[in-house]
Write a protein that binds this ligand. Structure first.
Ligand code: ADP
Ligand code: MG
Ligand code: ZN
Length: 477
């Protein structure tokens, strides 16, 4: 393809804090509309904002995690526009000097290796309220519970070159934010929203004109919207036209986007310094203290899983995707410390598939880490084989009972009694005299056939090592 795709992303993420950015109102999601408001977040005349220090600290922590510069003095500005869900008529944001600048995030690229994506800035701002139209006839209602909720806006450089890279960046950022515990980042609740800026150009040419795709809130839609936009722009240019700078809305049902406003209609926000808030000053000591409290990051966790538990880099990657999954693995290994690699395999290859099938998340898994650990103990102590253990796990998923209860109730205990196994072997040998004769005349391959027959006769419950040992003896006698 002779076109190069250029993408820069703006992510709005809600900062975890019990209270709003500039007042003491609760940020709890899902409350009765307008029950979490006060004169400050209702935009009453004469109200005065007081900055939420927790939100400042979490923004600094995020900045440190992306190796950014923390500006020890930053500013708040007023971004002026009218909208019914913005009663003040302006949003407090950081325009001229943001708290965080010049960071980066490394993303995995297809075929191995990493690519560095620049992060221009992270600034603090407040969210607006919500207009509600659904189920209402020719009127709209306004819920201002979200008004004043603290946000970070994370702006990337135009460094991504495909929809896949954009999605990889967003997933990496989403994971980082969850590990830092600076935001719930629940996309369904609008706590992590993305605007994608997309342009195309001939290779080596200067940047093309971009369109901005607003408020994309799932990884799947982001990819679809960017792919659609790239095709649209290339068609326009190849038909001799020009892309216009505009804001577009992607309709995930129709699979297409439409123009929301063009540059000409674009807002002139008339930014000016917020007179009610002093400059935001933090000291180098405060920043150092926040850095000292930095939790383990996804890449560090991945490396620790490889180092401490001997996991493959693939397994380490899969099992460090979310904190919840990583915690489950650590609990599982605590319950069954004998073989961390086997524990990781059972989690990645057996439990996760079953959870997906039954529509569970790891946090509400019907099989707890200690219950799965007990099942692994029963394989290790030869009570059951690995094969039977998979059936037991199926049953544990269904009924929530312990491995021991199921093994006992269903009589699944592995047969390790030599006498019983010898008897089964003898039955198989008696039933297959021709095969026995062929084996004795040198057809060694038939050994596997006999093992299979004995295992089948025992309904999978014979101890396979013992079956091998006794078969050798009895066949050669
Ligand atoms: P605004 O705030 O008006 O959206 P910015 O200059 O802050 O504008 O840019 C917003 C985003 O657009 C950034 O993530 C930036 O990387 C991206 N961007 C800028 N120019 C282009 C371009 N030509 N193609 C794609 N993305 C771009
Ligand atoms: Mg923008
Ligand atoms: Zn309030």
């Amino acid at each position: 393809m002779s076109w190069e795709v250029v993408i820069g992303l703006e992510v709005h993420t809600q900062i975890n804090s019990k209270t709003k950015a500039f007042c003491g109102c609760s940020t709890e999601f899902g409350a009765e509309p307008n029950s979490q408001t006060c004169p400050v977040c209702l935009g009453m005349p004469g109200q005065l904002p007081v900055l939420n220090n927790e939100a400042v600290q979490k923004t600094i922590l995020t900045g440190l995690a992306i190796d950014a510069t923390i500006n020890l003095e930053s500013k708040f500005d007023r971004k002026n526009y009218f909208y019914p869900d913005l009663p003040k008529g302006y949003q407090i944001s950081q325009f001229t000097v943001p708290l965080v600048e010049h960071g980066h995030l490394d993303i995995p690229v297809e075929g191995g290796g990493e690519k560095r994506i620049g992060i221009t800035r992270i600034h603090m701002e407040e969210d607006a309220g919500k207009s509600m139209h659904e189920g209402l006839d020719s009127v709209s209602h306004i819920d201002l519970n979200r008004s004043g909720v603290p946000l970070m806006e994370i702006v990337s450089e135009p460094d991504m070159r495909s929809a896949d890279e954009a999605v990889a960046y967003l997933k990496q950022l989403h994971q980082l934010i969850r590990f830092l515990d600076v935001s719930g980042a629940d996309m369904e609740k609008g706590q992590f929203r993305c605007d994608a800026n997309v342009s195309v150009r001939r290779f080596g040419a200067p940047l093309g004109t971009r369109a901005e795709l607003k408020n994309l809130n799932s990884f799947r839609f982001i990819k679809q919207a960017i792919d659609y936009e790239v095709v649209r722009q290339i068609e326009i240019i190849e038909d001799g036209g020009q892309v216009v700078q505009e804001t577009r809305l992607y309709d995930s049902v129709k699979g297409e986007s439409r123009s929301m406003r063009s540059k000409e209609e674009a807002h002139d926000y008339r930014y000016f310094p917020e007179p009610d808030l002093p400059a935001l000053r933090v000291t180098a000591e405060e920043v150092a203290a926040i850095k000292a409290g930095m939790p383990e990051l996804p890449s560090q966790l991945r490396q620790r899983f490889e180092r401490e538990y001997g996991l493959s880099s693939y397994d380490a990657d899969v099992l460090s995707q979310t904190l919840e999954l990583a915690r489950y693995l650590e609990d599982l290994i605590a319950a069954h410390p004998a073989n961390p690699k086997i524990a990781a395999n059972w989690l990645a290859n057996e439990l996760l598939g079953r959870l997906k099938e039954s529509g569970h998340e790891i946090v509400n898994s019907p099989v707890s880490a200690s219950a799965l650990g007990l099942l692994l103990d029963r394989i290790a102590d030869n009570t059951i084989s690995g094969k039977i253990a998979k059936d037991v796990l199926d049953e544990m998923m269904r009924c929530g009972q312990s491995a021991d209860t199921i093994i006992e109730a269903k009589g699944l205990k592995q047969v390790s009694d030599t006498g019983a196994i010898d008897a089964m072997i003898q039955t198989v040998l008696d039933a297959n005299p021709d095969s026995v004769a062929e084996f004795k005349s040198g057809k060694d391959r038939l050994f596997g056939f006999f093992v299979g027959q004995v295992m089948k006769a025992s309904r999978g419950q014979a101890n396979p090592a013992l079956v091998n040992e006794r078969l050798k003896l009895l066949l050669n006698s």
